[in-house]
Design a protein around this ligand. Structure first.
Ligand code: UT7
Length: 329
């Protein structure tokens, strides 16, 4: 029994931060950001708006589109590295907000791969036969961990959320396979050092700006292309497919040049590679479900199409998931 996606939705905050806004904060330019990263603007939360607020909007929209009530949801899984609080989980807050009285809920931390890890976990719950309806959300409020004095990070990220509902497929469609990986030796290249149990928040951690995300951009850039294309190629081979068979490739939106190079290495024509980083920037766990919902709403995907998802992020974490589209509804 495969799991299949029966509803998709996304939400981005109303407020927009443009490249020219960033020119006023750090030494950068609209031209540099567009040509080196491919971003024109990103959406950012307003004061008081957090990951649970964006996720709750996505959750309501998922239920409305699927025409089911929150009582039908068995499990809520939220991929995020920017939860509202260290505890309780953002998933617990969303469970209460939507009154999903029969669901148990938890967060999953895998950075930019958070949605793929959560999707795989949800799919396995469906495959076990024990659960029928799973809500999977990827959300990040990256502005809560951005250093607006660091031009190598603050220009890249944005805030946003997306999600899906998973149910059992009636035929041999839905999520066909996955390759997911972790290499913890990459921890130093992309992290938020303080605020956890190793370096609890203190005047020193604040003074040293250790609550902000830091990265070795060049290293992450190279690893992202190689590792996303390696797992995607393997997944295609495992399923007897080639790049030309993929109707739509939806990679994590971290840098337009990473996206294009990964698609090329997987032999997927550029017109079948989903790119929306220009509008939203890198929303970490949000990028793939946001792009997936935009693709669905733009009628880029039909039943029977092969869809390939790929992500790479802090950890390092990365992976690829293959779907034979079948919404059943
Ligand atoms: O989701 C996973 C998280 N992160 C990523 O996937 C990020 C992956 N890495 C990247 O996307 C790119 O490496 C960056 C966008 C971070 C940087 O782009 P790059 O083309 O690799 O730039 P670079 O580091 O090679 O720097 C080229 C130049 C440098 O100046 P000099 O030394 O040549 O004078 C940088 O100081 O560009 C400079 N630079 C900037 N200039 C204007 C770096 N950031 C900026 C900026 N505006 N924001």
């Amino acid at each position: 029994m495969n799991a299949t996606i029966t509803s998709t939705a996304h939400y981005v905050p109303e407020k927009v931060l443009t490249n020219s806004d960033l020119e006023k904060l750090v030494d950068t330019s609209d031209e540099w950001i567009k040509s080196r990263v491919g971003i024109n603007q990103r959406h950012v939360v307003s004061d008081g708006e957090a990951s649970s607020d964006m996720s709750t909007k996505v959750a309501h929209s998922l239920l409305e589109k699927r025409r089911i009530s929150a009582a039908n949801i068995d499990v809520i899984i939220i991929g995020t590295v920017t939860p509202d609080h260290p505890t309780p989980s953002t998933a617990a807050i969303v469970q209460n907000n939507i009154n999903a009285e029969n669901a148990w809920a938890f967060d999953l931390s895998a950075a930019c791969s958070g949605f793929l890890y959560a999707l795989e976990t949800g799919a396995k719950f469906i495959e076990s036969g024990q659960y029928k309806t799973i809500m999977v959300i990827g959300v990040d409020t990256m502005t809560s961990i951005l250093d607006f004095e660091d031009r190598e990070t603050c220009i890249i990220f944005g805030d946003g959320a997306g999600g899906v509902i998973l149910e059992a497929s009636k035929s041999n469609t839905g999520i066909l396979g996955s390759v997911l990986k972790t290499d913890g030796s990459g921890a130093e290249s992309l992290n938020v050092l303080a605020g956890g149990s190793k370096y609890p928040a203190s005047p020193t951690t604040i003074k040293n700006r250790q609550h902000y995300i830091k990265q070795d951009g060049k290293k992450v850039f190279k690893f992202a292309i190689k590792r996303m294309s390696d797992v995607s190629t393997k997944l295609l081979e495992d399923n007897g497919l080639a790049g030309k068979d993929i109707k739509l490739f939806i990679p994590h939106q971290a840098n337009k040049r990473i996206i294009e190079a990964t698609g090329e290495r997987c032999n997927i024509p550029l017109d079948r590679v989903m790119i929306n980083i220009d509008k939203y920037g890198n929303t970490t766990a949000g990028t793939i479900p946001i792009a997936l919902n935009e693709a669905v709403e733009s009628n880029l995907i039909s039943n029977g199409d092969y869809i390939l998802l790929a992500a790479f992020g802090s950890g390092f974490t990365w992976g690829s998931i293959l779907i034979k589209w079948d919404t059943m509804v």
